[in-house]
Design a protein around this ligand. Structure first.
Ligand code: ADP
Length: 503
C-alpha cells in the first residue's frame, strides 16, 4: 500500500532479540521474519539492531570482535561472554547484528534441542543469559533503545527484566514489545530452574513467571510486555479462545487491549518467480512457460515419472503434529495412502522433524510411485518445489501466519490449506462468492477434510483449466509486503511507548 511505504512514526532506536535469524541460524519462519522486519524498519529510518547467540555454524566471516568481555550477571553467577558485531547482508542502511558468544551455553548448533532431546535442559539459563546480555550490551555501547522487541519464548525474559530488574535508568524510557510467532512453544521448565535467573522471589511473583507449578517463559513475556503482537489478525483472535490458547487464552484475554495481530510480509527479492537463481527457468503471470520447465525439473529431481497432465502437489514443513502430519500419515488413520491411491496426482514432500513422521513418509515413498520424500533441509529444493508444483499443501492444525502459502501464491502454486490463522487471512477459497479465489481451504484439520480439499483441487485442475489459470494469475498478483506490516509495527511501538509512560 502506497501510504505505508513511508514511516508512520518518528525514527526510533529499536533492539530486537532473537534466537534465530537468516543467514546466521534457522529452524523455522521466525528466522525469516525477524531480519526482514528489521531491514524494512531500518529502511523507514529507524535505528534497528539485532542481538542473537553465535552458534558454532554461524559464519563469522564478516563479524568483528568488540574488544573486552561482556559480563552478564545472573544471580549468584556472572557469565563472561564475547561480543561480535556484523550486519544483515544487503540492508540499506545496514542493520547491525551483535552476536553473544559463550563456548558452553551456545556450544552446539542445536538451537533449542540436541538430537534426541525435545528441549535442552539448560534452555532457561541459555536464553536467560542471552536476554540479560542484550541489556549489558546497551550499557557497553551507551546506546539505549526506546523499544526492546523480543520474539517468542527464548527472548521472553527481556520484557520480564524490563518490568523488574531493568526498570530504572538507563532503561527507564525503554518500552517492550513481545511478538508471539507460535503459542505452541512456551519455554516451560520446573521451578528449580528459576535459580539460574537474576530474579528474587518478589520479582518472580510480580512477573508472573510461575504457571501451575512450573516456569512458563511465554506467559511472563505476555504479562510483562508493554505491547504484545502476533503474526496475523486471525491468530490474534484465535489465541484468546480456549481451543487455540494452549492454556494461555485467559492471560491473552487480559492483554487484549494491548494485543496486535500483524501479518508477516515476505521478501519478494528472494521469492521472485521471474528471477530465482534456484529455478531452471523464470516465469511470470504474462508468460507461464517457465513453470512447465520447473515442473519437469522437480519431477526429475525427485525421481518421479514425467507426467505433464497430472498435478504435482508440494509440501515443505517441519514434520511435527502442528503441520497436520498425523492426519496425513498416521497408520490406519492418515489420508495420504488413499489420496495417493485414488487421485490422479503426484506428491512431493520436503522436511525433517519427528523421526516417526519421517519414517512413515519414507515408507510411503517406497510403496507409491507417485510419491517422493526428501528427508533434508534444503533451500534450493524448497524453491524448486514452490516453483515446480501446481498445488501446495499446508494441512496445519493451527498456523500463526505461515510463509509457504505466501511463497506459493507468488509462484502460482495454489495453496490447499486449513482455514485457520494466517492461512485464512491470506487465502481466498476457490468457491468464494467474491470470485477472488486463490486456493482451497480445508474446513478442519481432519483426514477426511484434507482428502476432500485435495480432491477438489485436483478435480478443478483436470476439469476447469481456465478457472485454474485465472486463480493462478490472481494468486501471483497478491502482495504481502513488509512495508504494510512495518507500518503496523510502528503503531504497536508507539502504543508500547505510551503504556511505558503511563505505568
Ligand atoms: P514454521 O515457522 O512453523 O516452521 P512457516 O511456514 O512460517 O512455518 O515457515 C517455515 C519456513 O521454513 C519456510 O521458509 C520454509 O520454506 C522453511 N522450511 C521448512 N522446512 C524446510 C526444509 N526442509 N527445507 C527448506 N526450507 C524449509
Amino acid at each position: 500500500m502506497e501510504a505505508a511505504s513511508e514511516a508512520t512514526a518518528r525514527p526510533m532506536r529499536i533492539l530486537m532479540i532473537t534466537s534465530e535469524a537468516v543467514p546466521f541460524a534457522k529452524v523455522g519462519g521466525l528466522a525469516d521474519v525477524v531480519p526482514a522486519l528489521a531491514a524494512e524498519l531500518a529502511r523507514r529510518g529507524h535505528d534497528v539492531r539485532l542481538v542473537m547467540p553465535r552458534y558454532p555454524a554461524t559464519s563469522r566471516d564478516t563479524a568483528a570482535r568488540i574488544p573486552g568481555a561482556l559480563g552478564v550477571p545472573m544471580g549468584m553467577h556472572e557469565y563472561w561472554t564475547e561480543l561480535l558485531e556484523t550486519h544483515l547482508p544487503s540492508t540499506e542502511p545496514a542493520v547491525k547484528v551483535y552476536f553473544i558468544e559463550h563456548l558452553q551455553l551456545f556450544a552446539t548448533d542445536a538451537i533449542y534441542a540436541r538430537p534426541g532431546e525435545s528441549h535442552s535442559p539448560d534452555n532457561l539459563l541459555r536464553f536467560g543469559v542471552l536476554t540479560r546480555a542484550a541489556f549489558q550490551l546497551c550499557r557497553k555501547l551507551s546506546w539505549y533503545p526506546e523499544i526492546v522487541h523480543a520474539h517468542d519464548w527464548p527472548s521472553a525474559l527481556a520484557p520480564v527484566y524490563l518490568y523488574t530488574i531493568e526498570d530504572s535508568a538507563p532503561f527507564h524510557r525503554t518500552a517492550s514489545v513481545f511478538s508471539i510467532h507460535n503459542l505452541g512453544y512456551q519455554g516451560v521448565f520446573s521451578l528449580d530452574h528459576l535459580r539460574h535467573l537474576p530474579l528474587r522471589q518478589p520479582e518472580i511473583e510480580r512477573s508472573g513467571l510461575e504457571f501451575f507449578g512450573q516456569v512458563n517463559s511465554l506467559k511472563a513475556g505476555i504479562l510483562c510486555a508493554d505491547t504484545v503482537t502476533t503474526v496475523s489478525p486471525r491468530y490474534a483472535r484465535e489465541i484468546q479462545d480456549e481451543a487455540y490458547g494452549f492454556g494461555l487464552d485467559g492471560v491473552l484475554r487480559e492483554r487484549s487491549l494491548d494485543l496486535y495481530g500483524i501479518l508477516n510480509g515476505i521478501d519478494y527479492s528472494v521469492w521472485d518467480s521471474e528471477n530465482d537463481p534456484f529455478l531452471p527457468a523464470g516465469f511470470s503471470q504474462q508468460d507461464m512457460r517457465g513453470k512447465a520447465e520447473c515442473k519437469s525439473a522437480l519431477q526429475r529431481c525427485f525421481g518421479l515419472e514425467r507426467r505433464p497432465g497430472a498435478p504435482v502437489v508440494g509440501m515443505i514443513a517441519r514434520l511435527v503434529d502442528q503441520k497436520g502430519l498425523a492426519e496425513l500419515s498416521a497408520p490406519g488413520w492418515g489420508c495420504l495412502p488413499a489420496v495417493l491411491a485414488e487421485l490422479n496426482l503426484q506428491f512431493v514432500v520436503l522436511g525433517t522433524g519427528d523421526p516417526g513422521h519421517e519414517d512413515r513418509l519414507a515408507e510411503l515413498a517406497r510403496r507409491y510411485d507417485n510419491f517422493a520424500y526428501e528427508r533434508t533441509f534444503d533451500e534450493r529444493l524448497a524453491h524448486l518445489i514452490e516453483g515446480g508444483s501446481d498445488l501446495f499443501l499446508m494441512p496445519s492444525r493451527y498456523e500463526p501466519c505461515g510463509l509457504n502459502q505466501m511463497y506459493s501464491l507468488r509462484y502460482g502454486t495454489l495453496p490447499i490449506a486449513t482455514a485457520t490463522g494466517g492461512l485464512l487471512d491470506t487465502i481466498v477459497d476457490a468457491s468464494d462468492p467474491s470470485g477472488d479465489g486463490t486456493g482451497f481451504l480445508i474446513a478442519h484439520c481432519t483426514p477426511g477434510d484434507i482428502h476432500s480439499a485435495i480432491a477438489r483441487a485436483v478435480r478443478l485442475y483436470h476439469e476447469q483449466p481456465e478457472k485454474l489459470q485465472a486463480m493462478r494469475a490472481r494468486a501471483m498478483r497478491r502482495r504481502f509486503d513488509w512495508g504494510q506490516s512495518a507500518a503496523e509495527y510502528e503503531q504497536a511501538y508507539l502504543h508500547a511507548v505510551q503504556r511505558r509512560i503511563s505505568r
